[in-house]
Design a protein around this ligand. Structure first.
Ligand code: SF4
Length: 367
């Protein structure tokens, strides 16, 4: 079981313009940000703010709220004022909600290009109002909202159709000198989505919001998003991400952070280096790894903690870890940076790891 030290290096990033969403820069070399979207009725201000607080605590940096009705638009001033993170209003149909969102102090507005044509004549006013308020606009194209004209032209939702739609929508704003734009071209199929973003990245210098739309329940959605974002981010494409899961939005944020940490695009927090177990294992590695993960989840400094199933390969294999355990004969050898510091009965392993972690200064943690 080989476990080479991960190569951590500054990833290449595609140069883009920068937009600023309520103080959070997106693109132009800024760190990739993690977004999510509330699932509460936006008009229910208390529940929406409660969910935004939970998302913020989980590390969400920008939050989007749906605005399908006047009641939701009416709730925006209170939500924008009390949210700890910038709020983006997601508007599908009504141009007047765009103006309401800008007036309400929302940090940005997402518009749906399949419908924007209906208010072509108002694009100028929207561009003017957004510009005056310093509010960026996200052009959010997805399969369901693709313009009928482009659907007919391309025959189906292709990467080319998604990109043509997005760039056409951008041009409507550009005509009025408005370029404070970020773009998404989401699709449920990671292959289509990857091709679309690559094409878009080559066709403009706007910052890009990555998303696999309708990615599915937690497991499938996590894999699809990780694969698609991983390919694009490794190529330097993507400035802000939203993982879409049929699961509570806090899960989306956790997955988003893990994707960025895995790619070295965000400082590592907790990393569990656990072996997959094999015929040599002398402990239930799966269970122990879960227990150690739970125990260290909120540890205040970044740590790499190893959980190894046998003493034969344990400390040596995991010498890159800050601390760890290898088990055998009902005991756990606790090691710190490859050196065994103590041996404890199996039931005290988690407690001993926490003690060792608390008793040390990790400011020189490995990276
Ligand atoms: Fe490697 Fe030992 Fe774990 Fe097997 S039990 S995977 S040999 S560390």
């Amino acid at each position: 079981l080989g476990m080479p030290a991960p190569v951590r290096q500054q990833a290449f990033r595609r140069p883009t313009r920068q937009v600023v969403v309520g103080g959070v820069p997106v693109g132009g070399g800024a760190p990739v940000t993690v977004q999510s979207m509330t699932t509460t009725p936006t008009a229910d201000v208390d529940r929406t703010l409660q969910q935004i607080a939970e998302l913020t605590a989980a590390g969400c940096q920008i939050v989007r709220v749906a605005v399908p009705s006047q009641d939701d638009a009416d709730a925006l001033p209170a939500i924008a004022a009390k949210s700890q993170i910038p709020v983006i209003a997601d508007i599908h149909f009504q141009p007047r909600y765009v103006f309401a969102a800008i007036d309400a102090g929302c940090a940005a507005v997402r518009v749906n290009p399949g419908n924007i044509k209906k208010f072509d004549d108002q694009v100028k006013q929207i561009a003017r109002a957004a510009s005056a308020a310093g509010v960026p606009i996200r052009i959010g194209v997805n399969a369901g909202s693709l313009d009928q004209r482009l659907l007919a032209k391309h025959g189906k939702v292709t990467p080319e159709a998604l990109v043509e739609s997005a760039l056409w929508e951008c041009s409507l704003f550009e005509e009025h000198g408005f370029r404070d734009i970020k773009i998404s071209v989401k699709h449920h199929d990671p292959l289509v989505m990857i091709a679309a973003y690559r094409l878009l990245a080559a066709s403009c210098d706007y910052p890009l919001h990555l998303g696999v739309t309708e990615a599915g329940p937690r497991f499938q959605g996590t894999i699809k998003s990780a694969v698609a974002f991983g390919v694009l981010l490794a190529e330097g494409i993507g400035d802000t991400i939203r993982v879409s899961l049929s699961a509570p939005p806090v899960e989306e944020v956790k997955v988003g952070h893990q994707i960025l940490e895995s790619l070295g695009l965000r400082p590592r927090r907790l990393e569990i280096v656990s072996c997959p177990s094999c015929g040599r294992a002398q402990v239930d590695v799966y269970k122990l790894a879960e227990q150690v993960t739970a125990a260290f989840e909120d540890f205040p400094v970044p740590l790499r903690v190893a959980v190894m199933g046998c003493v034969v390969n344990g400390p040596g294999e995991a010498r890159e870890a800050d601390l760890g355990v290898s088990s055998g004969n009902g005991k756990g050898q606790i090691f710190v940076r490859g050196k065994v510091v103590r041996t404890v009965p199996e039931h005290q392993i988690v407690e001993a790891l926490i003690e060792e972690a608390m008793n040390r200064d990790w400011t020189t943690a490995t990276e």
